[in-house]
Design a protein around this ligand. Structure first.
Ligand code: BG6
Length: 488
């Protein structure tokens, strides 16, 4: 699109947690693997007076450096610079702009700005970048923003309005890193390239759908951030609802980004706001008997967390899609920290086999269930009934048709979500980024219950304690049964 083939990648918040754990390591891996354009430079920006060496000292342990890569790594560091400045003074942004032109030796380098910043400064930083740091035409500018995009419908709309004053939608890349995961990207193919799934993907055949996010770590010192948001804003409103919209959408007109995003928004529009009665909340407490030291600490022991916090670290919400395809099918979204394992998966449970001749004493055969395991160990498997092999007669037993990736696709490297998404930004592909109307719909659906949960005097809100390392809240499992999801 542009005549220049020089690129400047700016990392705002270069000294912060996200930059150190994710952004710099991702840039290094992309550079190491030769996936970035040749003429590229990187500029870190933050308030502290640092040097490039300091920035890289901070990140080094996340870089997974091999000895043989040392020379290349040095070369990578040599094309990095660091500028310190405020997040609200136009003069600092002008200085950054001039500095960038000087380092790039031209004014028409394409510019990518990654905002790895606290939400409180998004507004001023995005405005000041737009008014001071734009390259000369025909070069382009792209802004990559990280969640949280607001805290509720109103604040998110305000942020969107603000961004749209200063940027065109084609310039804004709202990251939801779940959209960069292999199995999430695969959902479109699974659904729309397989007749056996496309024909049964509806209320006639499906009893319930569960989308699960589990983590086996607590807030690990991120309590200060987390407490302001809670698990619904942290993973459900974004990661899990993004998955939901792809699982539930109608067939897009094509694989083009805009066609897919159009369908995702359309299905979100058919979801009613969640009701409090469909919400189960929990907060982890230390398990005093655990041999694992981390498990002995509860959420309230995290330094950043107020001692009387009621912020949920576990939530399950049930959503209802009011359209012809999904009427009556519960979509259960469950996310929790400090549980017994790290796992993200989608479970599509089919209805009972009608008029089954294999029913024994009223005992039904197990339901078929399609499981898409997003992580770890990517897999798709179909739980189904089979004759127990080698036995006389019809002994039905549940087994699996199993497509486990590391067996079927041995040796295929699945890129990290951030690597994929950053490359998408270079290429100008917005398909795996969140459009402002999607964002608005997602907030509309969760905002009413969030405001109830945030209201400290609300007697309807019951945050149930669960021990670190448990598999989840029994109360949540009970609701699943009520909604016709059965555990086998
Ligand atoms: C982030 C959340 O968006 O996703 C974190 O803020 C969470 O709380 C993380 O730990 C999980 O990402 P992943 O890729 O490890 O599943």
């Amino acid at each position: 699109k542009s005549s220049s083939n020089t690129y400047i990648f700016f990392v705002f918040g270069a000294s912060g947690d996200l930059a150190k754990k994710k952004i710099y390591p991702t840039l290094w891996w992309l550079y190491r693997d030769g996936l970035l354009p040749e003429n590229i430079i990187f500029i870190g920006y933050a308030r502290s007076a640092l040097t490039v060496e300091k920035v890289f000292q901070n990140c080094e342990k996340y870089m997974k450096l091999q000895d043989s890569e040392r020379d290349l790594y040095k070369k990578f560091i040599s094309i990095n610079s660091y500028v310190s400045g405020s997040y609200d003074n136009p003069k600092d942004f002008q200085r950054l702009h001039n500095e960038a032109n000087k380092i790039a030796k031209e004014e028409t380098a394409n510019r990518l700005f990654y905002l790895a910043l606290p939400p409180s400064v998004y507004g001023s930083v995005s405005e000041l970048i737009s008014s001071n740091c734009r390259p000369k035409e025909p070069a382009w500018l792209r802004l990559i923003v990280e969640k949280p995009f607001g805290k509720d419908l109103e604040s998110s709309n305000n942020l969107s309005k603000h961004l749209s004053k200063h940027y065109k939608e084609e310039e804004i890349y709202r990251i939801d890193h779940y959209l960069g995961k292999e199995m999430v990207q695969n959902l479109v193919v699974l659904r729309f390239a397989n007749r056996i799934f496309s024909r049964v993907w509806n209320r006639d055949s499906i009893a319930a759908i569960i989308i699960i996010f589990k983590e086996d770590i607590g807030t690990q010192g991120r309590g200060g951030y987390f407490d302001e948001f809670g698990i619904i804003r942290d993973v459900i409103q974004n990661h899990l609802m993004q998955i939901l919209s792809i699982v539930a959408m109608e067939a897009p007109r094509s694989t083009k980004g805009e066609d897919i995003r159009d369908e995702k928004v359309k299905v979100l529009r058919r979801i009613q706001p969640i009701k409090m009665e469909d919400v189960t909340l929990g907060q982890y407490v230390g398990d005093k008997n655990s041999s694992n030291e981390e498990h002995r600490k509860g959420y309230l022991d995290d330094e950043g967390v107020p001692k009387d916090s009621k912020t949920p670290t576990f939530a399950q919400v049930v959503m209802h899609i009011n359209n012809e395809r999904w009427d009556g099918v519960p979509f259960i979204l469950r996310g929790g920290k400090a549980l017994n394992e790290k796992k993200a998966e989608v479970r599509i449970q089919f209805r009972d086999m009608p008029g089954s001749m294999f029913e024994v004493d009223g005992e039904k055969t197990a339901r078929d269930e399609l499981v898409i395991r997003v992580q770890p160990n990517e897999a798709i498997y179909l739980k189904m009934n089979n004759k127990r092999p080698g036995e006389m007669g019809f002994r039905v037993e549940e087994t699996e048709l199993d497509l486990t990736y590391n067996e079927r696709y041995q040796g295929v490297k699945l890129p990290d979500a951030y690597e994929r998404l950053i490359l998408d930004v270079f290429m100008g592909h917005q398909i795996n980024f969140v459009r402002s109307d999607e964002l608005e719909e997602a907030w509309r659906i969760v905002t009413p219950v969030l405001s109830e949960i945030d209201d400290k005097n609300n007697k309807n809100v019951n945050v149930i304690p669960y021990p670190f390392g448990s598999s989840g809240l029994q109360e949540a499992f009970d609701i699943c049964s009520k909604y016709d999801y059965t555990y086998s």
